[in-house]
Structures are given as structure tokens and as C-alpha cells.
Design a protein around this ligand. Structure first.
Ligand code: PLP
Length: 427
């Protein structure tokens, strides 16, 4: 596969931006390749500047659940743009998207739109602190909640891929308010809370951890978080930026039947444009400015074009048939990848929740940060490059989830599975 133009652009980009990129994992550093520069995307495929096509399982890291450049989404965005791209004043689309979201997430009684997942989690924590008048936050190792200072402690995603779980530049004074625990360890959680609850404002968790691959909650883990936090007046925050509309239309809280106090959303709700949201119990959300004293604002928040992309995307997936189709495609891929690994005799573990998934190159069970780290990243790196050369675009790190879209066809998935078999055999 020729990627000369991408290579030339990368060289130039490296002089202009840190390692040539505007978000770390894009740089392919973890897999030892040169990143592709993308010129367009349509349906299940992305196309690089050299004219190569790839079946895409990154989907912009989750948002493109209906596929790239879906005609209905494109049409709606175009017509929104004609009416101006930002007003800095309320617009009807904010109400429409809020209503769509709240119908799917009954735990959200009031919400605030922001422009990224990072803003959503950062702001949710601020309001949880304002509400409880406590300072400490409990998070779990490997969970990634965006890059705000206090949350970059033992984080997943790029922070894990590059081995900098605790970023320089985060003052120890901030980090000391973040208590971290192993994911899926209900016992450790219960005993920490028993000791420290008086100073703990909130517990934030990815209900399925997508930022160390795909780690499922053990039965009872999320239930324990809910029970114990209620008992001690601690705000439970589900970070559903990735799982929202992904593991089910109603997110992980619907799938596992647990009602958090606050929920953070992003990715899918923006339909490929920058949108995040946080919301939950009215009593807590009423603390947000200007209704309450907890300050949070955004010049482009609730932007009419971004709202429109979200509304159109949710409209397309707001029915059983859409999720049936997604599930069918995902099953086909799961069976295919499991078979391919078995036939190629490469030990792997496959996990998924709805249409987020991960194949770990390990033969032991993965249930937290430490067990995910046992995966063979060199093997993954070779697999990644072999897949890329066969026209399959996976996330360039062992510790990221893959995603399925409505646009992926049975033949896309067949091609993916046979590419996986060839790649695994060569591994
Ligand atoms: C992607 C992600 C974020 C951060 O969202 P950005 O839009 O990249 O700031 C936060 N939490 C989770 C669970 C995510 O997957």
C-alpha cells in the first residue's frame, strides 16, 4: 500500500504540532507506523490522501454510529449552516436534543450542553463538589474521563498507551483530591468509602471501561457503587461519553439497570460535531449557573449546527431496527474474529458491550487495568499494521475500543474477518 503523501504530510505536521497531531493516540506511536492523513469518509470507509480505502472501526473514536457522511445528517447540517453557525443565544435545537437525550436517560432531569466529553466530566465533578460541599473524587484505574487536571490520575486511553498515567503539569495538590481504586474491586471500594466518606464528593466511573480496550463490569460491581454512594450522600457519576447510545440506546445505565445521580455524554450525541453534555438529578443540576452558584459556561455550547448533527443522528438510531442491525453486524464480527484467532492458534480474549469491542492479545481474563496491561502490545502492533495493509483501519493501540456502525455491511465484515485470519497467521 502506497502512503507517500501521508508520509510527506506527517513530516510537515511534525514541525507544526506535537508529533504532528492534535490528539495523542492518532500518532501511531504505539504501533510503530506512520499515521494516515484522511481526505474523506463515507459510510463504513475512510480514504487517505494517497487514495487508499479502509473499512473503519475507529469511527472517529465512537461518534459515527450511523456511518460517515450519512445523507440525512449531511443534509440537516447543510441546511443548519445556511442559517448561521453560532448565535451565542438560545436556539430551539438545544431543546430538541435535550428532549431526545432525556427521553433515553430518565435519570437526567436537567442537563447542560458543552462542547466535549472533557468539559462534561470536569463540570459534573465541579457541581458534585458544590452540591456536597466535599472535595475528594474517587475514580478507577484505567478509566479515562478526559484530560482535566484532577482526572489525569491513573487514566486510560493515550495516558495508558504512552505510559504516563500521571501527567506532569498536574499539581500534586490537585491530584491528592483524586483517590483511585482498581476497577471491579467492590471490596476495596466499600472499605475506602467506609473510612473516607466524609470528604468524598463523588465517584466517577466508566460503566464499561472503553479506554483500556473493553472491560465489562463484574456482576454486582456497579450495584455496589450505587448502594454505597446512596448510603453516604456521595454523588455517583456515570461517564457515558463512550457507552451512551453505544451499549444500548439508553446507555449502560439502561443495560445494567442502575440509576446514577449524574451522567456525562459526548461522542454519539454530537453526530461527529463537538458536543458533550452533563445532567442528572434536578436538585444537583439546579446548582449550575445562572440558576445556582456553580459556574460553568461555553461560547459555543448548544451551537445550532452541532445540535442539528446530534438530533439527526439520534433520530436515525431511535428505533429497535437500528439496534437489531447493529447487534447482527457486531455478532458477525465477534464470531468471525473469535474463529480467526482459534484457527490461527493465537491466544486472544474478545470482549464487547453492544457495539464497542476489543480483542486483547492475552490468554488470561481481562477485568481491570492490571490485567489489561498483560496484553502483548508488540503482537497487537504487528496485527494492527497487517490489518492496515489489508485495508482495515483499527484503533492504533491495544488499549482502545473498536466500534461498529449501521453502515458496515456483511461483506465489509467478511473482508475484515479474512484479513484478521491472514494477519493473525503472520503474527
Ligand atoms: C472520549 C471520552 C472522554 C473525553 O471526551 P473528549 O470529547 O475527547 O473530551 C471522556 N470520557 C470517556 C469515557 C471517553 O470515552
Amino acid at each position: 500500500m502506497k502512503i507517500n503523501k501521508s508520509k510527506a504530510l506527517y513530516k510537515k505536521a511534525c514541525r507544526l504540532m506535537p508529533m504532528g497531531v492534535n490528539s495523542p493516540v492518532r500518532a501511531f506511536r504505539a504501533v510503530g507506523g506512520s499515521p494516515l492523513f484522511i481526505s474523506k469518509a463515507k459510510g463504513s470507509k475512510i480514504f487517505d490522501v494517497d487514495g487508499n480505502a479502509y473499512i473503519d472501526y475507529v469511527l472517529s473514536w465512537g461518534p459515527m454510529i450511523v456511518g460517515h457522511a450519512h445523507p440525512a445528517v449531511v443534509k440537516a447540517i447543510k441546511s443548519a449552516v445556511e442559517k448561521g453557525t453560532s448565535y451565542g443565544a438560545p436556539c430551539p435545537q438545544e431543546i430538541e436534543l435535550a428532549e431526545l437525550v432525556m427521553k433515553a436517560y430518565p435519570s437526567i432531569e436537567k442537563l447542560r450542553m458543552v462542547s466535549s466529553g472533557t468539559e462534561a466530566t470536569m463540570s459534573a465533578i465541579r457541581v458534585a463538589r458544590g452540591f456536597t460541599k466535599r472535595d475528594k473524587v474517587v475514580k478507577f484505574e484505567g478509566c479515562y474521563h478526559g484530560h482535566s487536571d484532577g482526572l489525569l490520575v491513573k487514566a486510560g486511553s493515550g495516558a495508558m498507551t504512552f505510559g504516563v498515567p500521571d501527567s506532569p503539569g498536574v499539581p500534586a495538590d490537585y491530584a491528592k483530591n483524586t483517590l483511585t481504586l482498581p476497577y471491579n474491586d467492590a471490596k476495596a471500594f466499600t472499605s475506602l468509602i467506609k473510612k473516607e466518606w466524609r470528604s468524598i464528593a463523588c465517584v466517577i466511573v466508566e460503566p464499561v471501561v472503553g479506554n483500556i480496550g473493553c472491560v465489562l463490569p463484574k456482576p454486582g460491581f456497579l450495584e455496589t457503587l450505587r448502594e454505597v454512594t446512596v448510603k453516604h450522600g456521595i454523588v455517583l457519576i456515570f461517564d457515558e461519553v463512550m457507552t451512551g447510545f453505544r451499549v444500548a440506546y439508553g446507555g449502560a445505565q439502561k443495560k445494567f439497570g442502575i440509576k446514577p445521580d449524574l451522567t456525562c455524554l459526548g461522542k454519539v450525541i454530537g453526530g461527529g460535531l463537538p458536543v458533550g453534555a452533563y445532567g442528572g438529578r434536578n436538585e444537583i443540576m439546579s446548582m449550575v449557573a445562572p440558576e445556582g452558584p456553580v459556574y460553568q459556561a461555553g461560547t459555543l455550547s448548544g451551537n445550532p449546527v452541532a445540535m442539528t448533527a446530534g438530533i439527526e443522528t439520534l433520530r436515525i438510531i431511535n428505533n429497535k431496527d437500528a439496534y437489531k442491525k447493529l447487534e447482527k453486524s457486531m455478532q458477525q464480527l465477534e464470531e468471525g474474529l473469535r474463529d480467526a484467532a482459534a484457527k490461527a492458534k493465537v491466544p486472544t480474549r474478545f470482549y464487547r458491550a453492544g457495539t464497542m469491542f476489543c480483542t486483547y492479545f492475552t490468554d488470561s481474563e481481562v477485568y481491570d487495568y492490571e490485567t489489561a496491561k498483560l496484553a502483548d502490545t508488540a503482537k497487537f502492533g504487528r496485527f494492527f499494521i497487517n490489518m492496515l495493509n489489508r485495508g482495515i483501519y483499527l484503533a492504533p493501540s491495544q488499549f482502545e475500543a473498536g466500534f461498529m456502525s449501521l453502515a458496515h455491511t456483511a461483506s465489509d465484515i467478511d473482508k475484515t474477518v479474512s484479513a484478521a485470519f491472514d494477519s493473525l497467521k503472520k503474527n
